[in-house]
Design a protein. Structure first.
Length: 444
């Protein structure tokens, strides 16, 4: 669903009312409004309720009536509910709204945004997989109710066909097979990059934490795309707009950290309260995080301690279950907080984020500290000392070592070259093999 934004010629913008129910506590509509705007909606009204879920309307029936009246007053094109709605709740709420007003729950909205941003084949497949997983229980509900009532289209849920369930399941299986094949190719590329001497560092964190801005600070000139198709961000550097899900596919670049050759990957940001099936649909994108040598977990330091804590817990739940690499918390946007506030937040979050790095991707403040920390946290290199015979191919090997390792000493005499360096174990093994070939050639 593509949205129409307001324009100078008076074209009508797609408008929406946002609503949310919570069992207890306070209600925060900031994220759902950001999501609505990311999908192209102009938010024209909002409604909240604190009560337990109503099976028929999610909200109480009286609040559902109030929601309908708000939609009429604002002439909204859609009602966006920041909760997961069952098919019957969706139908019941829709029955109270003016004809033509769409009912959209949180996860339908997120899928809409993903669909708009999906540029590569991999991203498009993941969106389609998520949509099918979302549709499957609804198709099952339509079939079950229609069978029970012996009337197709019972409760306004549309015509039913048992074969639709089978079709969805078959499509899910086909997409998973294709995604598995893509993931296998990407894993091969990651291993090739490691064999070439690169360390793989992933940026993780919530949307709008500043990951893409930080990536621009760290990136060197070389651009490398993780996907088969060229990612649109690669034209210059990763986008850093104030938009959710700006980077849906992965974007990988060579990072300038010092001695190590580092490839830094930015991927889709987390968002709160995502169901397991939706996270699983984007599992192959998250592989860039799960299979990295180091993860930088980026957090917006200008948010409240409560928000930061909630997001850290969610990220840890997602990452620690499968990730084996070290995770370094990066408190970004420190240009928006003073030193005293930052110190208080660090202390309050010390259990979740011990020894974090504090930076500003926007201004570049303390980014050099982050570069140093990246090098400290990456897997240790091994040291090697090679004594090479002076042959026609020796300088080619010396040049190769300079490209893939950190050379600490290089000396020449009449018939030998001494080379001392540090590198990944795989690079040292290859250097030894090539040195052995030189010795074999010389003896022949």
């Amino acid at each position: 669903m593509q949205r129409t934004n307001a324009s100078a010629d008076g074209e009508h913008a797609t408008t929406a009312v946002v609503a949310k129910r919570v069992d207890h506590g306070s209600v925060d509509l900031s994220e759902i409004k950001d999501l609505a705007r990311a999908a192209g909606y102009d938010v024209v009204g909002e409604l909240t309720q604190i009560r337990t879920e109503d099976a028929a309307y999610a909200f109480g029936e009286g609040k559902a009536e109030e929601l309908a009246q708000l939609a009429v007053r604002t002439d909204a094109d859609a009602v966006i509910v920041d909760n997961r709605l069952g098919p019957y709740q969706t139908y019941n709420i829709g029955g109270k709204l003016p004809e033509g007003t769409e009912v959209i729950d949180r996860f339908t909205l997120i899928l809409d945004i993903f669909g708009q941003r999906a540029q590569t084949r991999k991203a498009q497949l993941q969106v389609e997989l998520a949509e099918l997983r979302y549709e499957l229980p609804r198709a099952e509900a339509k079939t079950s109710l229609a069978k029970r009532d012996e009337r197709p289209g019972f409760m306004g849920l549309g015509e039913y066909d048992e074969s639709r369930e089978r079709d969805i399941k078959n499509q899910i299986a086909d997409i998973k097979r294709e995604l598995d094949a893509i993931a296998e190719k990407e894993q091969d590329r990651r291993e090739q990059r490691r064999e070439s001497g690169f360390d793989l560092v992933a940026l993780a964190g919530y949307t709008n934490a500043g990951k893409s801005t930080l990536m621009r600070r760290l990136a060197a000139e070389l651009d490398i795309d993780e996907n088969e198709d060229r990612h649109p961000d690669l034209a210059t550097t990763a986008e850093s707009e104030d938009r959710l899900f700006t980077t849906l596919g992965t974007t990988t670049r060579r990072a300038d950290t010092g001695q190590r050759d580092v490839l830094l990957t930015d991927t889709v940001g987390f968002v709160s309260d995502l169901p397991h099936w939706l996270v699983e649909s984007f599992e192959s994108t998250l592989d860039s995080v799960y299979r990295a040598d180091l993860v930088l977990l980026v957090v917006d330091a200008s948010e409240s301690v409560a928000e930061m804590r909630e997001k850290l817990v969610t990220c840890h739940d997602t990452l620690y279950e499968r990730n084996e690499a070290p995770i370094v918390t990066v408190l970004n946007k420190v240009d928006r907080v003073d030193d005293d506030e930052l110190a208080e937040k660090r202390e309050a979050l010390s259990a979740l984020a011990p020894n974090p790095v504090t930076v500003s991707g926007l201004t570049g403040e303390r980014v050099d500290d982050l570069r140093d920390r990246i090098e400290q946290e990456l897997p240790d290199w091994e040291s090697e000392r090679l004594v090479l015979p002076m042959t026609d191919d020796t300088m080619s090997l010396v040049s190769w070592v300079y490209d893939h390792a950190n050379v600490e000493r290089e000396e020449y005499d009449d018939d030998q070259v001494l080379l001392e360096f540090e590198a990944r174990p795989s690079i040292i093994e290859r250097a030894r093999a090539r040195a052995g070939d030189l010795a074999t050639v010389e003896s022949v």
